[in-house]
Design a protein. Structure first.
Lengths: 590, 164
């Protein structure tokens, strides 16, 4: 065989992270080579982007990872023409996953409603429209669907409340604010399969009697907004949906609101304020949004992933969802796996999968080869789970039992090089910046906790600071109106509980075991490795490095500002980082 | 700075008109203005207030509450350093410092020559590529301090080629 004959289907994922990794260039190269590639969204193997997927006539899927433009011709010639897999570029898709919310991600063309409909799209809506709204809600109840935005509130209860509430106008709001800084599940779903979210909103609208929907999406996600916008236009133009609307009398219009960069606007009452054009300040509940929400009308607010699950539950029946998971946490959960893990990306697991399985079986273990220290779930509201609790099942109840939370799905893996005090300080600084300022404990308390943590990371802490942190944390939790203040002490409290020794090392030994805290580390040039190439001297912005070309260079520790530019400029691994307990003499071990 | 030239006024009024009927119009209006002009000039707030009756103080409270809004124009290159969790673990602070040295300006500011504005952002959603910096909307991932210094040099070079 000498030409491409269309036996193979070729797909290239074009989501934000793939594009950043260079997938558009790969797509173009494939197109120019005559491979007729299809655009799709995120397949979840973000670590291996850019990715090409080739599907053979026998239905066999082959993934090529880390593909460069220069690899494209080889894939075309060897695989598409001669039928031989290019083994050295092949990557395996990690198993142990169940794709329910992500069923179409990486398969459907996110910019084409026909592609979605072909895969069974809008059939869930059609089925819902043939049932009484109460029966739709009953199906969601039987499925056991709970909110994926973090709190895990049963979805059917919310819908039921909003259905019962009186009001001429009702709203469905999709929460796509995705505030957890380190999570990208909702972005990926919107970029890869926007119609599933819109269909979910329509079904919710039918169930509660709403005709207007808003998607509140972060402005930092331009591609998600673009695809969503296009998808909305397509739903307005679709003949199929037009016919459904005419037959059923159910009309639903969706518009987009861009979030303007405030974490607290992920909180539902603040989000509604923001759509109304005000500062996003949470208010007291009750009344719940389901009774009195957007513009004072009954409103259902659901997370992107919650809504993406709905069409398939409607189409395939509640058992298709409830078959997975644990007794009280049904179904699957999408996580964005990132940090010090080999195979970071978007994964969907049945509830009850253990932390260890996620890090090792799916994530492929620690990227640095160093020891696995902890995972962090739930971002600024969540907690750190230490490696020794790695057999904890991931479900709402088990995570809560160890002081962590499910969160919206961010899962950050940490290794021996991660300083837990620094992690706690990082989240607290985020919380301090993002507190809306309404409650005193949250506004002032986070500032005080941050000052103490900063002091500790600079080697100026005292042992009694640890008790003050615990006391303040509990008071902020108790004295705050909304979920932000009630949860942001968690990263500090859980690290104090599981990694107290690291705090003590910073305070008593004035050193940072993970060698991260700037005030407690030193860069040194290694005698035997330095070739005297002058690169570090040139890189140093404060002229702290000196020496003769060809000889070993030295760093003036008093001048050094510990920016690390020398380390990243060195081509010979001749610069090392040290942090030694200050009680000992400065005897440097390697 | 001469902000409210007749052309600007026409464009501003046009944006205000376009969003007048939107429920809760203030944020979409301000976003559209920033999208068009790169920032929200204080004069814009007066203009919206006069046209819609929304008090200028309310508008100012919105602009200062939400991180997205900028009250000053951007430099020629807009550099956003991700400080999300994954990027923090991967050394976002060092990347920021390297950028500060290379551009000669602090994060949150615009350089004196108006070439660079550096901002801190929370997660741009490309955590697997951490640490991540977005330059003029294009995302660069897996960066070292060395890479960002080189990137800034490259941008400067482009700039000097463009303006002879
Ligand atoms: C500070 C704070 C931030 C939140 N951020 C988000 C978010 O980014 N995305 C989200 O879906 N829910 C977020 N929530 C939860 C929402 O308030 C709300 O519970 C959720 O959107 C309901 O949808 P669900 O029932 O489908 O989970 C946040 C809550 C708090 C207190
Ligand atoms: S943490 Fe930087 S892209 Fe997500």
């Amino acid at each position: 065989m000498t030409s491409i004959d269309g036996r193979y289907e070729v797909r290239v994922g074009l989501a934000s992270c793939s594009i950043a990794a260079g997938a558009s260039r790969v797509f173009r190269a494939l197109d120019e080579a005559g491979a007729a590639p299809h655009t799709t969204g995120c397949v979840g193997m973000c670590y291996a982007e850019p990715l090409i997927e080739v599907i053979g006539p026998d239905g066999q899927h082959v993934w090529y990872g880390h593909v460069e433009e220069s690899d494209v011709q080889r894939i075309v010639t060897n695989h598409l023409i001669q039928g031989e897999v290019v083994a050295d570029l092949q990557v395996e898709r990690p198993d142990g996953q169940v794709r329910f919310a992500l069923r179409n991600c990486g398969i459907v063309d996110p910019e084409d409603i026909a592609s979605y409909i072909e895969l069974g799209g809008y059939a869930g809506l059609q089925r819902a429209l043939s049932m009484p709204p109460e029966a739709v809600i009953a199906d969601i109840q039987d499925a056991g669907l709970r909110g994926r935005g973090g709190a895990g509130f049963p979805t059917h209860k919310k819908w039921d409340l909003a259905r019962e509430a009186v009001g001429d106008q009702k709203y469905v709001v999709c929460n796509a604010d995705e505030g957890d800084p380190g999570a990208f599940m909702d972005r990926s779903i919107l970029e890869s399969d926007p119609h599933s979210v819109i269909e979910g909103m329509m079904i919710a609208g039918y169930a509660i009697g709403a005709s207007i929907g808003y998607v509140y999406v972060r402005a930092e996600y331009p591609l998600a907004i673009k695809r969503l916008r296009r998808a909305i236009t397509q739903t307005q133009e679709s003949e199929y949906l037009g016919r459904l609307a005419a037959e059923s009398g159910f009309h639903f219009a969706v518009s987009i609101r861009e979030g303007a960069g405030a974490f607290v606007c992920g909180e539902e009452t603040a989000l509604l304020m923001s759509i109304e054009g005000k500062r996003g300040m949470p208010r007291f509940r009750p009344p719940y949004p389901a009774e009195k929400g957007l513009f004072d009308c009954p409103t259902v607010i659901n997370n992107v992933e919650t809504l993406a699950n709905v069409p398939r539950i409607m189409n395939d029946g509640p058992e298709s969802f409830s078959a997975f998971g644990t007794e009280r946490s049904r179904g699957t959960k999408v996580f964005s796996l990132a940090g010090k893990v080999q195979r970071g990306g978007l994964v969907e697991i049945p509830m009850g999968t253990t932390v260890n399985d996620m890090v090792f079986a799916i994530g492929g273990g620690i990227s640095s080869g160093k020891a696995f220290k902890a995972v962090q779930t739930g971002g600024p509201s969540g907690g750190c789970i230490p490696a020794h609790l790695g057999d904890t099942p991931v479900d709402y109840e088990s995570l809560a039992a160890i002081g962590a939370i499910m969160g919206s799905g961010g899962l950050l893996v940490m290794d021996a090089d991660t300083c837990m005090v620094d992690v706690a300080r990082y989240f607290l600084s985020f919380a301090r910046d993002e507190s809306c300022g309404k409650c005193t404990f949250c506004r002032v308390g986070t500032e005080q906790m941050l000052r103490i943590l900063t002091r500790i990371t600079e080697g100026r802490g005292e042992m009694r600071d640890l008790e003050i942190l615990e006391d303040l944390g509990a008071k902020i939790q108790g004295g705050s109106l909304c979920g932000l203040g009630q949860t942001v002490p968690n990263p500090v409290l859980t690290t104090l509980r599981f990694f107290r020794d690291e705090y003590e090392a910073h305070i008593q030994g004035r050193h940072c075991p993970a060698k991260q805290c700037k005030a407690l580390i030193e860069y040194q040039i290694l005698d035997d490795a330095c070739r005297g190439c002058t690169l570090c001297e040139k890189a140093c912005p404060v002229e702290a490095i000196s020496g003769e070309r060809g000889e070993t260079y030295t760093i003036d520790q008093d001048r050094c500002i510990r920016c690390g530019l020398c380390l990243s400029s060195c081509r010979f691994d001749a610069i090392a980082l040290y942090s030694e307990p200050k009680t000992n003499s400065l005897e440097v071990a390697k | 700075m001469e902000t409210m030239t007749p052309d600007v006024l026409v464009a501003v009024d046009e944006i205000i008109e376009r969003h007048r009927e939107t429920p809760g119009p203030s944020i979409p209006m301000l976003q559209a203005l920033q999208e068009t002009f790169g920032y929200v000039a204080p004069e814009f707030l007066q203009r919206i207030a006069a046209a819609t009756g929304i008090p200028a103080s309310d508008l100012f409270s919105i602009v200062t509450f939400y991180a997205q809004f900028r009250l000053e124009p951007l430099g020629r290159h807009h550099i956003q350093v991700c400080h999300g969790t994954a990027c923090h673990l991967a050394g976002a602070e060092r990347i920021t410092e390297a950028l500060e040295y290379a551009t000669g300006t602090k994060c949150g500011c615009t350089s004196d020559d108006r070439e660079f504005t550096i901002e801190k952002v929370a997660c741009v959603g490309c955590c697997s590529l951490a640490p991540v910096v977005s330059v003029d909307e294009e995302v660069h991932g897996r960066l070292t301090s060395d890479d960002v210094s080189a990137l800034v040099k490259e941008l400067r070079k482009q700039g000097s080629e463009m303006t002879p």
